[in-house]
Write a protein that binds this ligand. Structure first.
Ligand code: C5P
Length: 270
């Protein structure tokens, strides 16, 4: 813990107040999928995901501003506290969240595959017939979802509804930036033999209304990563992210259970 006032505990990250413009984000080792926080944290998860995220923030910084405030944890915490959290903490701008989840899919998996199988569409976008599970899409698609309130589930929505929620101009900006970020990241990952099947970005607006990339970027909590070498469309590929946790929760019925009793009371949905 750190000697700052806690603003908020998310399922995975805790936010602390620095001043009215900035906050400290600390990524915990908690593992969450659907609305469940697993009772067993994963040692160092928060550090590793923060480092992955920071790598992508840097790589994508030319596309749009991001949440970094420019200061380091050593500027805002006593040295012994900073040293304890430096790999998992980020000094970030406090932004007004854009109230949609900006999902981009290059391949058919998860809820994209489910909707396509039933309706031939994903978020209202008509796709070619006869695509198989995990198949590469002709081109990446922007498939937004709602940001669920506590106790509700994110719901895939079409672009019209995204416009109704955040306004057309902002929805278009979010869509265009998301597709650009996904393409850049997917191209980079491809040079390392990794497929980024899909991912979710979070955006906020700064005090001038400038669109800003925030939270976490292209981590195994927010993306599906497959190995290009063993990828075969039509089969559900091994996924180097938390897909196995979602599968386990669904198969065991745990995703329908109330939160585990050892989850702290103040851990609430984001
Ligand atoms: O489950 P679904 O297929 O809709 O997920 C699409 C992508 O968005 C996946 O990469 C998943 O990791 C990410 N996602 C997320 N947070 C959510 C829902 C989806 O990071 N609440």
């Amino acid at each position: 813990a750190v000697s700052l006032t806690k603003l908020y505990s998310g399922k995975v990250r805790d936010l602390y107040e620095i001043d009215d413009k900035t906050m400290l984000i600390i990524a915990s080792d908690r593992l969450s999928a659907f609305d469940v926080i697993l009772p067993q944290p994963i040692p160092q998860k928060g550090e590793i995901l923060t480092q992955i995220s920071n790598f992508w923030f840097g790589k994508l910084a030319h596309v749009l501003p991001n949440h970094f405030d420019g200061r380091s944890v050593f500027d805002v915490l006593p040295e012994h506290e900073a040293r304890a959290v430096e790999k998992r903490a980020v000094v970030a701008k406090r932004l007004r969240p854009v109230k949609i989840e900006a999902v981009v899919r290059g391949y058919l998996a998860g809820s994209g595959w489910k909707e396509y199988r039933q309706h031939g569409t994903v978020c209202g976008i008509r796709l070619p017939d006869n695509l198989r599970e995990a198949e590469r899409l002709p081109e990446p698609v922007f498939t937004p979802s709602t940001k669920a309130e506590v106790g509700e589930h994110d719901e895939n929505i079409d672009f019209e509804r995204a416009c109704a929620i955040v306004g057309t101009e902002l929805a278009e900006q979010v869509r265009d930036k998301s597709l650009q970020l996904y393409r850049l990241a997917a191209d980079h990952a491809a040079t390392r033999g990794i497929i980024i099947a899909d991912t979710k970005f979070e955006f906020g607006l700064d005090e001038n209304g400038t669109l800003t990339l925030m939270d976490e970027v292209l981590t195994p909590d927010s993306s599906r990563f497959w190995l290009a070498g063993t990828y075969r469309p039509g089969t559900n590929p091994p996924s180097f992210d938390k897909q196995f946790v979602r599968d386990w929760l669904e198969q065991s019925g745990w995703n329908k259970q109330p939160p585990a009793p050892d989850v702290p009371q103040d851990v609430i949905d984001k």
